[in-house]
Design a protein around this ligand. Sequence first.
Ligand code: FES
Ligand code: MG
Length: 572
Amino acid sequence: MTRRSQHWFGAEGRSGMLYRSWMRNQGFGPEVFDGRPVIGIASTWSELAPCNAHLDRVADAVKRGVWMAGGFPLVFPVMSTGETLLRPTAMLYRNMLAMQAEELIRANPLDGVVLLSGCDKTTPGLLMGAASVDLPAVMVTGGPMLNGKFRGQDVGSGTHVWKFEAEIKAGRMSVEDGYVAEGCMARSNGHCMTMGTASTMACLAEALGMQLPGSATWPAVDSRRYEVAQEAGKRIVAMVEEDLKPSQIMTRAAFENAIRANAAIGGSTNAIVHLTALAGRLGVDLPLDDFDALARDVPTIVDLMPSGRFLMEDFCYAGGLPVVLNQLDQAGLVNPGALTVTGRTLRENVQTAVNWNTEVIRPMTEPLQPAGTGTAILRGNLAPNGAVIKQSAASPALMRHTGRALVFDSPEDYHAVCDDDDLDVTPDDVLIIRGAGPKGYPGMPEVANVPLPAKLLRAGVTDMVRISDGRMSGTGFGTVVLHVSPEAAVGGPLALVRTGDRVALDVPNRSLTLLVPDEELEKRRADWTPRLHEDVGGYRWLYREHVLGADDGADFGFLRGGRGSDVPRDSH
Ligand code: FES
Ligand code: MG
């Protein structure tokens, strides 16, 4: 079989000369064109995505491995999305990243690809793009930052931002101490070291079988991060020989494993949106309710912030995700035969994993949270297409709660009044933050876990029910109902709620109900007019035009499915 790359580098005549000659300006000798596997290293390196700013060094380690195994490595940049700087939200650009990765992999003389990611959206974005091409692919995430250390205390990126914000607002921490804490939270290269979305997606890439065992947890600055990257470089060359493709790895069984792993690690709610979008690329049927049904019998056994106490370094040294997968396997909670990038099954990869710290990774019999208390999918007249709540990060006392709605059409509307002493609010109220869905914001930002009103914080209130069509940072916490679908901007029932209505949250029964008679809601619907956005054109137009709801993973409709790796027509 002629390798794909040989359609370029092995070509005769003028075309072959064009394809080879320009590559030689980098000093490659002619032997790199001899038919060896050409391996693309898709890098989301960027200094504007601080979590990925070291990926150039990770790429060097991957290259070493590719050369060692007889391949020809070529690094290429794809769009990088950093959570912290990108406005209005990095999520607006996940699909663009996926599109770039897909198109660049297909348009170039590549036989296989190594995906370098880190910050939240970069992992699903690259996996989605690679899935739609379906050339052999292995992921290497950049690894978490070292544990944050502030005045003798471990502090977690993200999680402690919300905590310190509340402390400062309540007058228990000075603004100056907050500045000091900033530097102590982020003290090395790497992504958030809480079980936020980046760590979650790194673990789920491993649970899906798309990265090497143990690869999710090595800190970004640990020498073993570079060793595993080198190993991935070696392995991708073999995967090309074996023609082992993402579609053989990311099967329905693999997604089930990922959902269960997510429950066991207390992972981010964002995983639901990303796994849904990814499954859509592969034609794997993964309805929202499966996230609830599959997670229900899985206890949370990893004691990491935001749900628990520890951080990714601790998880790594305890043995990392292989220990979790092994414990799940022994409890009969994963599909052990799922194929992985090693060419072996999940069980073969993890069966010798040892738990070195049973405080960090609990035994199944002494979990952090019992089975059934993980992330739940809610339905009801307020969320006909579903909503999400992470119970492990919420308050048990609020799992059944009925309260008066206090409605805000945007996060800005809430922020404008949340510090007012005369704001009419009680701890029993339910804050509704709408207009934060995929089309509404646009981009479905992480704004749902708004801080509590200042006067309640000062009174010692620590949690309230909040409901939104937006998302929450994976590092966030609180009793927050997320991803309400359909979103308000498309006329979902969330758009019809008015301040003073009563809303009932019943997590044990998985329901979210607006206690307003149907006839009244119909009247309101007749009066409802969409808040039209100014048409700004460009990518934001494309996004609003084509983005699907949260229940479909907020992918673009036209990007669902795969488009293969056929060699495109000649360029000259
Ligand atoms: Fe990049 Fe958290 S901000 S991983
Ligand atoms: Mg995030």
